[in-house]
Design a protein around this ligand. Structure first.
Ligand code: PLP
Length: 419
């Protein structure tokens, strides 16, 4: 069958598709012993699940509430109560001037990015073409195939700050960051998937100044960040103003299945997303919004993020870092400082094979990770570093993570020895 250009764009050669399929098939092919450190699933946190089970059973035992949960479409901007609770939370907690008209829900934040990127970049009405600037790659692979126009992204190579024998940190290279009339919006994940980097307040302020000068918005992807789920292990001030588009999600809190993304932006952008929601899906998810409303209305979501999520992931991160230090001491391996999210980003300087080849070998050896080369959307220049990194997820069972890291160390040791 012949598919349209749009159809082909969304069906062929998408990095995220092959990656997701490969992750899905790996267990079938390599058996149950395969240590899964490749995906983006959040951990199963008993305390949080208990809380949600309680809320769900309260809703289910009240016929009117149950009817609300499953039996009605929400308005195209999303469930009214939830949106109002969110606006009160942001105003009360941070003093942001956010009303319900500044919020729109989407079916997962991934869908929100599809809408935002194609709203703000691509072919413009005057015939010009605008791009989304990712100020620093590595950046989230899920953005890469979202543009309806070819090559929607431009990204910049970061500066690498060596911190000590074990750690390094990517920094935005402001000297080579060119933002002009060809850019429709800037986007950055904070914390960053895959590196666990959190751009600091100073970098954030500089980006905001640049964006304001060019009159373009910055999209801040806070899928792992503030105010929820709060997987941040460093100092970083949450920010929002009319020139920023903050994207949040219920997924990493432990609810990826309810597909609820939250966009906080100017009224103009929210009105546009609302229209897009109506056209694409009539209305966004009501289930996630209704289920999470109690958490937001009484502020528990902030409390849970601070007292449950953050310590849970921080402790996992510390164990993973300790396992790297224990197993990789004799290898040219550095980690990106794990400042947030749930990934270790390992850099093997001078790796004799590509990270994709290493990924294949690791699969055979029993550890599933993600090759780092996927995470450079929009960075066309040659840079050996792109093929020297791996993303390792530490959100799952600690014993598995330890085992997986041992397998990686043994395999990498052999790779260097074979050189
Ligand atoms: N942004 C980042 C940085 C992510 O890692 C993910 C998912 O892994 C998403 C956005 C999309 O999440 P969701 O569509 O579940 O809200």
């Amino acid at each position: 069958m012949e598919f349209s250009t749009f159809g082909r764009k969304l069906t062929c050669d998408a990095g995220i598709l092959s990656l997701m399929e490969d992750l899905g098939r790996a267990k079938e092919k390599y058996g149950d012993d395969l240590v899964m450190m490749g995906g983006g699933n959040p951990g199963q946190i008993a305390e949080f699940q208990e809380l949600m089970r309680g809320h769900l059973s309260e809703i289910c035992s009240d016929p009117a509430e149950f009817g609300e949960l499953v039996g009605s479409y929400s308005p195209p901007y999303g469930n009214r109560e939830f949106v109002t609770s969110l606006s009160s939370l942001f105003t009360g907690e941070f003093g942001w001037n956010v009303g319900p008209d500044n919020i729109c829900l989407t079916n997962g934040s991934q869908t929100g990015f599809f809408m935002l990127f194609n709203l703000l970049a691509g072919k413009m009405s005057d015939g010009s073409v605008k791009k989304i600037c990712l100020p620093m790659a590595p950046e989230y692979i899920g953005y890469a195939d979202l543009g309806l126009e070819q090559d929607l992204f431009v990204s910049n190579r970061p500066n690498i700050e060596i911190i000590d024998d074990w750690f390094f940190k990517y920094r935005v290279d402001f000297e080579n960051l060119h933002i002009d009339h060809t850019i429709g919006a800037i986007c950055i994940s904070r914390p960053t998937n895959p590196t666990g980097n959190v751009i600091d307040d100073n970098e954030m302020q500089k980006l905001m100044a640049r964006a304001e000068r060019c009159n373009i918005p910055i999209i801040i992807d806070s899928a792992y960040g503030a105010p929820f789920p709060g997987m941040i292990y460093t100092e970083a001030t949450p920010v929002w103003n009319e020139n920023l588009i903050l994207s949040l999600s219920l997924s990493k809190l432990g609810l990826p299945a309810v597909r609820t993304g939250i966009v906080i932006a100017s009224k103009e952008i929210i009105a546009a997303l609302t229209a897009m929601n109506a056209i694409m899906s009539l209305s966004p998810t009501n289930f996630g919004a209704h289920l999470a409303n109690r958490l937001v209305a009484d502020g528990t979501i902030i409390e849970v993020s601070k007292s449950v999520m953050q310590p849970f992931y921080r402790s996992k991160m510390k164990k993973a870092v300790a396992a790297v230090k224990e197993n990789f001491g004799d290898l040219p391996c550095r980690m990106h400082v794990p400042e947030g999210a749930m990934f270790l980003w390992l850099w093997f300087e001078g790796l004799p094979i590509t990270s994709l080849e290493l990924y294949q070998r690791l699969k055979e050896e029993g550890a599933l990770v993600v090759s780092g080369h996927y995470f450079f959307p929009g960075l066309v220049e040659e840079w050996p570093h792109k093929d020297q990194c791996l993303r390792v997820t530490y959100s799952q069972d600690d014993g598995d993570v330890q085992k997986g890291l041992r397998i990686i160390a043994e395999t990498v040791r052999r790779v260097y020895a074979e050189e």
